[in-house]
Design a protein around this ligand. Structure first.
Ligand code: SF4
Length: 268
């Protein structure tokens, strides 16, 4: 079913007033420190990274249309053309917000921080209308954009990309991101994807970097979920995971190992 979104001409198609979306839906968070909680997911289009383990490559480029779930969890999607006017997205989120059902709103992607000019306008309004905490899932490499929306965030799940696993080298950007994030009264945690190819030097560097900011910041080691059977990126062995957790706990207070649980239960 295809329905035109409310006219975006009234507000103009500026990045401040319209969103470039992939989908909006209600689901169980399958990663990180809030695993198992129920969230309204707002998935933004576009990403400026190309992680080798990415399971969301369909978000790298903003699609011409987005999928909107009408009833939370029923997967009764409608298709709407991008970009989406701010008031329209607000009404969709309110429609999903059944009393007592959701624990928070997840901003995900793609890279949500590429949409900071929009989020600066959207987040205060969606917080006020729903009363739900705002959870940012990010590659952790855009500190300037983080600063723009930091006052409106409650939880930040920040990736630290290991070069040996992701193929991306972002140490300086991650360091600056941590320095910005720690200035706000938010719940901050770090997520690190690990595979059999993980190099020890990368893990040591990541542990030192987080500990230098604050050793109390929780770190989640997330074993990669292999995308196919080609063996390009293998899940770490149990021995590797035990060794790496031990190593990181030398300098960090909380290091947990949590795989992607939404895939285990067959949820999108
Ligand atoms: S930052 Fe996320 S969406 Fe972007 S390439 Fe990496 S895993 Fe994929």
């Amino acid at each position: 079913m295809t329905q035109p979104a409310a006219s975006s001409k009234r507000l103009g198609n500026t990045p401040e007033c319209t969103a470039q979306l992939v989908e909006v839906f209600s689901a169980i968070q399958g990663e990180g420190i809030n695993v198992g909680t129920r969230q309204i997911f707002i998935r933004f289009g576009a990403c400026d990274l190309r992680c080798s383990f990415c399971d969301s490559a369909h978000t790298w480029v903003t699609p011409t249309s987005c999928q909107i779930e009408r009833s939370p969890g029923l997967r009764d999607f409608e298709t709407h053309p991008n970009p989406i006017p701010l008031p329209t997205l607000l009404s969709w989120v309110e429609q999903q917000n059944y009393p007592g059902l959701h624990d928070s709103i997840s901003l995900t992607g793609g890279e949500p921080l590429l949409h900071a000019p929009f989020l600066v306008n959207f987040l205060p309004q969606v917080r006020q209308r729903t009363g739900l905490p705002i959870y940012l899932e990010t590659g952790g490499h855009r500190p300037k954009q983080l600063s723009m929306i930091l006052p409106y965030l409650d939880i930040i799940g920040m990736d630290v990309k290991l070069p040996s696993v992701s193929g991306e080298v972002l140490w300086q950007a991650h360091r600056e991101f941590l320095e910005h994030a720690i200035t706000a009264p938010v719940e901050l945690f770090v997520k690190i994807i690990i595979s059999q190819q993980t190099e020890l030097a990368d893990l040591v560097k990541a542990a030192k970097m987080v500990a230098a900011t604050n050793p109390q910041i929780p770190v989640i080691l997330q074993p990669v979920t292999p995308l196919d059977c080609s063996g390009a990126l293998l899940a770490p062995t149990p021995e590797q995971v035990l060794t790496w957790q031990t190593l990181m706990k030398h300098s960090l207070k909380s290091v947990r190992v949590i795989p992607q649980t939404h895939k285990a239960i067959g949820q999108i």
